[in-house]
Design a protein around this ligand. Structure first.
Ligand SMILES: Cc1ncc(COP(=O)(O)O)c(C=O)c1O
Length: 446
């Protein structure tokens, strides 16, 4: 089979001098919690990264087609981000919000300038799970109601609050954590009851939320939370008009609307800076993580001054939230997205990849569905296009095949049947061609 070369990249990684992958694996098995999992049969160890590429300990280069896990927005070790972190690390590494520091205030202002409506005040935390936990707290404290509506097929994090609104049996431990949470139909036009051929699909899926409010809650609710595009669930793009319909039902029942932008935010959808904008809505609370810090632990909850003020009813504190290094990095990431026109790049190359994936669908019967926006894309693999039986083992094999050829991809969906693409937004046309060519080969021998 013809070898597909990675696009040239003028960077020489350092010679690796650390412990071998086998030694690291042995340490991991002995000293790390067995709950963490590995992606590949032969575990991959990554030791260096630059922009859209990463290197293993042997010096082999890979195109990072998943961008960390949708975390690397502007590129691994982007020089502007690294320089901002270095300067702040050398000046003051740690301070908290009990003192003034320019970074956290300036960054909050810069973030607010990217938000529509009255979404103006930020609370910084360290992870997406924490951000969703805080957003649910604010929704409940602000409305005085308890019930939350979330969506099936959602992923919102691994802490108690995140698990409560997550809706995949594979992630949910058998402990009490979902009291007061109700899961509506996932607005999935591929597997759900209303397809892309139904112009009313958005409204019909939204009516399931109304049914839940009427039948499963006291009729007054605290809020609704949804990813703007379901990521872990396999890149599910809601039909047009869906969130608009849902938000109407939620607000009529006294609830607030929370958009989880952990994967879809920061220009990744290409057409808009925020994923919710692709649905023409303005949420009341927005949660952000992953791409916000380009891989650095940084997350935020942005809301209106009125909703935000409920936290002032008690004392609320987060030790690392708003850390000067984290917020220096956050500022630098926003600057790179703007200066290097990365949203525009996500739009252009995302569109190119999407049409390339459509072409691959015509060639490979394994591909049941192609979907996504910008550089948040997915292909769902099925054993049979008529029954849509999930092709789980084949999906895992395609990932292995791609890895051997220098391409790292992601997996999603309840059965691990969807291949996910979310490369750093700095990829080039040559990278997109490489990705499509490698995928073509990898699918052939699934
Ligand atoms: C949409 C979404 N929300 C929340 C989270 C949780 O973020 P974290 O892993 O930073 O806690 C994730 C993580 O994958 C996510 O994809």
């Amino acid at each position: 089979m013809e070898e597909i070369p990675l696009p040239p990249f003028p960077f020489q990684p350092n010679a690796y001098a650390g412990p071998s992958a086998n030694e690291v694996l042995a340490l991991r098995k002995e000293f790390l919690n067995p709950g963490i999992f590995l992606y590949y049969k032969k575990p991959l160890m990554l030791v260096e990264g630059r922009m859209q590429y990463v290197w293993d300990e042997t010096g082999k280069r890979y195109l990072d087609g998943l961008g960390g896990i949708v975390t690397i927005s502007v590129g691994h070790c982007h020089p502007h981000v690294i320089e901002a972190a270095r300067r702040q690390n050398e000046t003051l590494q740690h301070s908290t919000t009990i003192y003034l520091h320019p970074n956290v205030s300036e960054y909050a202002r810069n973030l607010a300038s990217k938000m529509p409506g009255d979404l103006k005040v930020s609370y910084f935390v360290n992870s997406g799970s924490e951000a969703n936990d805080l957003a649910l707290l604010m929704a409940r404290a602000y409305t005085g109601n308890y019930d939350i509506i979330a969506l099936r097929n959602a992923y919102h994090g691994g802490n108690a609050a995140g698990l409560s609104v997550t809706a995949h049996s594979t992630w949910k431990y058998n402990v009490p954590h979902s009291f007061g949470v109700h899961h509506a139909l996932a607005a999935d036009p591929y597997r759900g009851p209303y397809g892309r051929d139904d112009a009313e699909a958005g409204r019909k899926f939204a009516s399931d939320v109304k049914q839940l409010i009427d039948f499963a809650t006291p009729g007054r609710i605290a809020g609704f939370i949804a990813e703007s595009i379901q990521g872990v669930g396999g890149c599910i793009v809601f039909p047009d008009g869906y969130l608009e319909g849902v938000y109407g039902h939620i607000r009529a029942a006294g609830g607030v609307c929370i958009a989880d932008e952990v994967q879809a935010g920061f220009g990744r959808t290409g057409s808009h800076f925020w994923g919710f904008e692709t649905q023409g809505v303005i949420p009341d609370i927005v949660t952000m993580a992953k791409g916000i810090g380009n891989g650095f632990p940084l997350a935020a909850v942005v809301t209106t001054p009125e909703i935000g003020s409920v936290l002032a009813q008690r004392i609320h504190f987060n030790t690392f939230g708003g850390n000067p290094v984290a917020t220096a990095i956050g500022k630098a990431v926003l600057e790179v997205i703007e200066n290097e026109k990365l949203q525009e790049n996500a739009l252009r190359l995302g569109g190119y990849l999407l049409s390339g994936l459509e072409k691959l669908k015509q060639k490979h019967p394994l591909i049941g569905d192609v979907r996504g926006k910008g550089l948040l894309l997915g292909i769902e693999l099925v054993k049979d296009r008529a029954t849509k039986e999930p092709a789980k083992a084949e999906c895992a094999q395609v990932l292995e095949n791609a890895r051997e050829r220098g391409l790292l991809l992601g997996k999603g969906g309840l059965w691990g049947q969807t291949i996910r693409f979310a490369p750093p937004m700095c990829i080039t046309q040559a990278d997109a061609d490489f990705l499509l060519d490698v995928l073509d080969q990898a699918l052939d021998i699934a």
